[in-house]
Ligand binder design. Sequence first.
Ligand code: FAD
Length: 324
Amino acid sequence: MRIKKNNLRVIERLRNTKKTLFSFEILPPLKGKSIQSIYDGIDPLIEFSPAFVNVTYHREEFIYKKREKGYLEKIAIKKRPGTVGICAAIMNKYDLEAIPHLICGGFTKEETENALIDLNFLGIDNVLALRGDPIKTETHFVPEQGGNQYAVDLVKQIVELNDGKYIDDNIENASPTNFSIGVAGYPEKHFESPNMRADIKRLKDKIDAGAHYIVTQLFYDNNKFFAFVDACRDAGITVPIIPGIKPIESLRHVTFLPKFFNIDLPPDLTDELDKCKSNDDVKAVGTAWAIQQSKELIEKGVPCIHYYTMGKSTTVKKIATAVF
Ligand SMILES: Cc1cc2nc3c(=O)[nH]c(=O)nc-3n(C[C@H](O)[C@H](O)[C@H](O)COP(=O)(O)OP(=O)(O)OC[C@H]3O[C@@H](n4cnc5c(N)ncnc54)[C@H](O)[C@@H]3O)c2cc1C
C-alpha cells in the first residue's frame, strides 16, 4: 500500500502553508481515450510539488439520432465520464491529493450521497461543490427532481454527512465523513447574479453552510481579484481564497474566454494580443501575462494559485518554472 506524505486535507494544507502553493485543474479525457493522457498531463508538473489537482465533472449532453422511418431519438451522452475513477487513479499513482468536482445538476440527493460514500471509501476526502451550468437545451439551470438546487444546498448535504447524518435517519451509529469542501467564487461576478454584492452574499451563504475555502473563476486583471478579496473580507468571509489562472494560448481564446466565462480581458492585454499574427505569438503573450499575474499574486501572499490546464501542461509548466 502506498504511504502518502501529503495526506492532509486541502484545507489543512492551505491553513498551514507559509508560501504560495501550486495546484492545477484537469478534465477527464473524451470517452474512448485512455487514462495515459491524464498521466501525460500531470507528469511534467509533478516537479513543482502540486498541493492538489482538481478533476472537473461534465454533465450529460443531449443529441438526436436518426432512427428508422425518419424518427429522431433523443439520447443523453456523457462525453467525459470518469471523474471519480481518475481521482482514485491519481491518488494511487502519485503522492498527490485529487479533488473531484461534484455538481448538483443531474443528481438526486440520494445519488449525491451514494457518490460521497464512494469517495469516502476510496479515501478521497476533498471535494469542490458546485451547482453546474444549465445544459445546452435549458435556458436556465433546472435541478433534478429531489436534487440540490444551489451549490449551498450541496455544501449543506456534505456537511450533514460530515456530521454522520445520512438521508435515511434510521441509520444508527453512522460513520461521519471528513470532507474538506471548496466552492466557486467569481471575481467578475457570476453571470446570473444581479450585482457583485448580491453574488458575494450568496458566496457567504456557502461559507456559513460549512465550505472551507474558495477557488475563483479565471480572471486576467489582478486588481479585480484583489477587490473581490477585499469585498469578501468586508462581508465577513474569512476562509482562504485561491485565484484561478488560465493562460491565453490561441487566437480563439481571445473571443471564446470572455464569452464563455463572462470575464473581461484588460486593455493592456488586448493591446498586446492585437499585435499577434499567429497562435504562437498569442501563446507567448498569454504566458508572459500569466507569469506577471502569478508573480504579483505571490507577492501579495495568496495561499495557492490554481492553474486551469485543460489537460495540456506545456504552458503551465513554463509559468511554474518562472514563478515556483
Ligand atoms: C473553480 C470552478 C470550477 C468549476 N468546475 C465545474 C465543473 O467541473 N463542472 C461544471 O459543470 N461546472 C463547473 N464550474 C462552473 C459552475 O458550475 C458554474 O459557474 C455554475 O453556473 C455556478 O456554479 P456555482 O457552484 O458557483 O453555483 P451557486 O453558488 O449555486 O450560484 C449560482 C448562481 O445562483 C445564485 N444563487 C446562489 N444561491 C442562491 C439562492 N439561494 N437564491 C437565488 N440565487 C442564488 C448565485 O449568486 C449565482 O448567480 C466551475 C466553476 C468554477 C469557478
